[in-house]
Ligand binder design. Structure first.
Ligand SMILES: Cc1cc2nc3c(=O)[nH]c(=O)nc-3n(C[C@H](O)[C@H](O)[C@H](O)COP(=O)(O)O)c2cc1C
Length: 192
């Protein structure tokens, strides 16, 4: 019997839930605080905390969506109304979204790649934190994680970039498992 059977079972079966299936209610302030504490409790070579988090909740999601639509329209004046509407809904319907920013620090011992991995762990642990608090979640990037103007509007500063948006809510579906690579195809024993 493993020391923590509940944790084992969770880790063996956990699944993200698509953002279209994340509904109200979302985390309250105390639950969000726990999710943020869990999310940022990650391995971090040099204790640099090379990450920052931006919370999008309530009406802010609507305002951010409107600004994303404005950026899209500026970049493509011929864009149709349906596409603009899709942009306005980028942070809906999930009740809460946490944007994770990679904020690299100058450090001799921890190269940027290690810092980026630590930031990726924040995204993944935010998922785990959401599940631990009884919610479901999904980690997505989408175009605004790669567009400099959108990133700045959403909260990234010079030298920083978003590496993910973790959408959190109450699941309206229980997804089937997805295909996973068989261990034999990805694990080998060092041949010596
Ligand atoms: C860095 C990163 C970015 C992703 N971006 C997207 C995205 O923009 N759109 C999307 O549909 N899925 C995206 N995904 C995949 C989702 O997280 C997807 O739900 C995930 O593969 C489900 O796997 P799981 O059930 O094992 O957690 C991304 C995943 C990662 C790691």
């Amino acid at each position: 019997m493993p020391a923590n059977a509940a944790l084992r079972d969770f880790l063996l079966t956990r699944r993200s839930v698509g953002i279209g299936f994340l509904k109200e209610p979302g985390p309250n302030a105390q639950e969000l605080r726990d999710i943020l504490l869990i999310g940022t409790r990650v391995p971090d070579h040099g204790k640099l905390a090379p990450w920052r988090l931006v919370v999008f909740a309530g009406e802010d999601r609507v305002r951010a969506g409107e600004k994303l639509a404005q950026i899209k329209r500026k970049q493509n004046p011929d864009i149709d109304e349906a596409s603009l509407d899709a942009e306005r809904r980028q942070l809906l319907p999930a009740p809460l979204t946490i944007g994770v920013i990679f904020a690299p620090r100058k450090n001799e011992k921890a190269p940027e790649m290690e810092q980026l991995l630590s930031a990726g762990n924040v995204c993944f642990n935010l998922l785990n934190g959401a599940f631990a608090m009884g919610f479901a979640a999904s980690w997505v990037t989408r175009w605004f994680s790669f567009d400099p103007e959108a990133q700045q509007m959403l909260g990234a500063r010079g030298g920083e970039r978003f590496i993910g948006f973790v959408h959190i809510g109450t699941p309206s579906v229980t997804p089937d498992d997805r295909e996973r690579p068989p261990l034999e195809s990805i694990v080998s024993r060092w041949p010596g």
